[in-house]
Design a protein around this ligand. Sequence first.
Ligand code: ADP
Length: 831
Amino acid sequence: MIINQTNDLITITDNSDSVATVHFKQIVDWINEGIFCVNAEGKIIYANEQFCRNLGYTHSEIINTSIFDYFWSEDHIKYAKQKLELRKKGLSDIYESKMRKKNGSPVWLRVNGKPMFNQQGKFVASITLHIDITQQRMLEEELMLAKEDLEAKVISRTRQLSEANQMLKEQIRERKLAQISMANSEKRFHDIFMNSPDAIYVESADGIVLDVNEATCQLHRLSKQELIGKSIYFLSPEHKHTEIKNRQPKIASGEIKKFESACITQDGREIPIEISVAPIQFKDRPAMLMHVRDITDRKKHEAILHQLNEELEQKVKERTKALEEVNLQLQAQIEEKQKFQDDIQRQKDFLRQIIDSTPSMLYVKDSAGKYLLTNQSMADFYGLTTEEMEGHYDTEDKFDQQQLEEFLAQDEAVFQKGDKLQFPEKSYIHPTTGEPIWLSTIKKPIPSLASNTLNILGVSTDVTAIKTAKEDLKISEQLYREIARNLPNAGMFIFDTELRYLVAEGALIGTISRSKEEIEGKTIYESIHPDEVSRVEKIYRLILEGNNSEMEQEFKNRSLKVYHIPIHNEQGKVIYGMVMILDISDLKKIQLELERRAVELQRSNEELERFAYVASHDLQGPLRTIVSYLQLLETRYKSKLDTEATEFIHYSVNGAKRMQSLIQDLLNYSRLSITPKPLSDVDVRDLIQVVTNNLQSAIKQTNAEIVIGEMPVIRAEKSQLLQLFQNLIDNGLKFVKDKDARIEINAIEHDDEWEFTISDNGIGIREDFKERIFQIFQRLHTDSEYSGTGVGLAICKKIVLLHGGKIWLNSTVNEGTTFHFTIRKKIFKLA
Ligand code: ADP
């Protein structure tokens, strides 16, 4: 389609060359309105500026688009399409429609449309003018909404009013009904009040009687006039007044609605009452309606009930007590019974234990040979448990047929005799070990507990050990006999537990006792002089109790050593006693001789010691004189004497000095035993400290190291102990060559004594000198090699002996020596 705008004419042509011409002037009148043209399909073929503005689009955006795209809803589109169809048929129209702007907001347009036809009368296009009536429509809509709102409000208010109206109507009706019922109930109430058999009265809040019924008058025995205006205190017994006073406010407030009290009558009787309270309006004022019920009967019944109850309770208590006592008795009986049963069970267990702990086999069989009871030993013997045995018979798989028959024969014999039978010891094959064993069997008939038949109680003891022991004994008896026979000056007796002599053997038999024949096989009662029996019996019984002893005895000018020896079996049980007698007369003689000599030696020793002491003591004086005169000679005549004479004098002085020190040491030695010293507790560590102080210069000279171990406090003579340690340590420092000395001192505790060791790293002592060096004046070196007198160790030995100990040494030549000595722990005085 082409729209041609020339001169004042607008020419519109379509494809079929139909032309519509509109005079432009015609359009100008509409110019302020929106104008658009659509073709038969609704496509916008012309739009003026106003139309574009109304919809918010540009001209190019809107041209050639479908007009139907701009309507607000389907309904509007449908309506517009109908209008277009009608226009095609030549109808113009005016209508209002809602369209959508580009920004989505609605726009209301009033449309005025006209069809345009070509000269052939064919529809070419429709031209539409429109005005934006949006504002008008909005106002209309608002108005509509306001109207609707108003209408809704009117409806709701109307409904509320009609509801209120309805309620009002109902209230009026109810009130009317209430008035009617009130009138009725007041009448009814009055009737009930007056005619009630129960006392009813009206009371003001402060307890004044306002109205009463007939029953109240009867209760108090007062007239209505007398009662009205009275205080309730007047109507109540005095002892209730405080209670009433406390209760009154609670009744008035409605807190108490029912209570029990009492009232008083004209004649002074007190009647128990129960009062129910209801608040009422009396003559337009609040009051209380008091409904009084005489509860005299109820109270009486209650009292009776209470009494009955108490009686019942009492009876229940008594019955309970009686029952409790019975219960206690029953309990005690049950406990006693339980105890009794426990005792029986314990006894049973105890008996079972005894039976089971018996090494002998114990069993009870019935007459048919079934085991009723077996003990553990019996079950062990068969390699079964007691449960497995009881209720069963001996079977061939345990014993062979012959043995079984023998058992049955034994049982038979017992039944026949009706008494106990001891069967001779017999050898069997053990059913479990297969070893040969000896059994000693005793069987006894016992009455059956279940019936009056007889059962058999059997006790079989394995006597294999005794049998073998007897065999062994025969051999050892032979042995004993042989020994005793060959011992010179000996005699031996062996007796059994019945104090019967089994053996009497040896050279002394027949001399210190009766002959062998008179003794063997006899008891002591048959073979010993009656005066001696009780003494010997006492000794023998002690031996059989296991006492081992020995004693010496003088008998018929002989010295006898008697040994009492119990002889045990393998289980440690004493089965025999032995008395062994040795004639020690010769030994005794020798011993006496030795003792005599020892005493003599001791005496001569002491004499010698005393002599040595006296000699050394007395020798000191002349020796001192010799030394001092020789020294005088040397100094005075030095110039007159030639060198040889001076030398001789020098030697003599030296010799005399050495003799002096020898004598001094000898004196020290002999003093040890001559002057007895007291004992005291000596701290050995302190003592060694003193010794090392004394030997300070020697220690320095040898650059010695002294190591001291743990030291005890011991009981000893302090000065002697000091000398002992000093001599030994001094020797350790002295007999060291070409090295620094090292001395180590230790103490070892034994049961009865302390052992001390003093070790050095010196020249050592050869094995063959180990004893000799402890003798007085014994030295292994010359005086020029190592100075000394050879008395030091002799003194040490003497001190140790005096303290009940001993001294010895271990040594390796060139390596060192360890001196050991012991000191007894318990010394009461020096030996
Ligand atoms: P002394 O020391 O006066 O010679 P003692 O009786 O003390 O006399 O010693 C005797 C001898 O035993 C000594 O001369 C010495 O030969 C040897 N003797 C003692 N103690 C030691 C020792 N610790 N090491 C090596 N020899 C020793």
